[in-house]
Design a protein around this ligand. Structure first.
Ligand code: 3PG
Length: 194
């Protein structure tokens, strides 16, 4: 969460573009790459992206222990989840892998803290009330840090990043569908400079 201000959230439709997308993002200064398990080629994309020097590749949209295992077998260095269940949380902690589960309310955070977790993805950030919601939610949980994701953009990211409990943001805007490696590298440079 402290490597770069933005974690790209990647949906890889075309495995043939996986490696060049990762290269462009790393070249632009975004080394931490979240590959969502939303396409059949996601696990292979993780393997290919892992070949890019400097890339720190993890899996997103991991929702259960089976997906956790598959993601780790593919070489994921971290795991992101849209939410937090006991089963997934316990499996991730047992596996010893950096784990960023999604939270949307106080109960979610308290369940995470019961498991010893303090770093969460605030998801979906804008639909859940945006900055006022996270400010209010973070206040009682002063020991927790957050990565807002969902509706975050180049335009609103500075406001999120200005909040003390926010270490980074997540977003798909840095690698839009159909963008060339040059375009992705440019978007990554802008994001890395936030
Ligand atoms: C996610 O997949 O974690 C988020 O939906 C990404 O949201 P965005 O597309 O609004 O950046």
């Amino acid at each position: 969460m402290r490597v770069a201000p933005v974690i790209p959230v990647l949906v890889i439709d075309d495995l043939g573009h996986a490696r060049e997308t990762a290269e462009a993002l790393v070249e632009g200064g975004l080394k931490v790459l979240e590959v969502t398990l939303r396409t059949p080629q996601a696990l292979d994309a993780i393997k290919r992206m892992n070949l890019v020097p400097g890339a720190i590749v993890g899996a997103g949209t991991v929702t259960n222990p089976d997906q956790l295992k598959a993601a780790m077998d593919a070489g994921s260095e971290f795991i992101v989840s849209p939410g937090l269940t006991q089963r997934l949380g316990e499996a991730a902690i047992k596996a010893g892998v950096p784990f960023l589960p999604g939270i949307a309310n106080s109960g979610d955070i308290m369940r995470g803290m019961d498991m010893g977790l303090t770093h969460f993805k605030f998801f979906p950030a804008m639909a859940n009330g945006g900055i006022p919601a996270l400010k209010a939610l973070a206040a009682p949980f002063y020991q927790c840090k957050f990565c807002p994701t969902g509706g975050v953009s180049l335009q609103n990211a500075p406001d999120w990043l200005a909040l003390d409990p926010v270490l980074c943001v997540g977003g798909s805007w840095v690698a839009p569908k159909g963008a060339s490696p040059e375009e992705i590298a440019k978007l990554a440079r802008e994001a890395a400079a936030l």
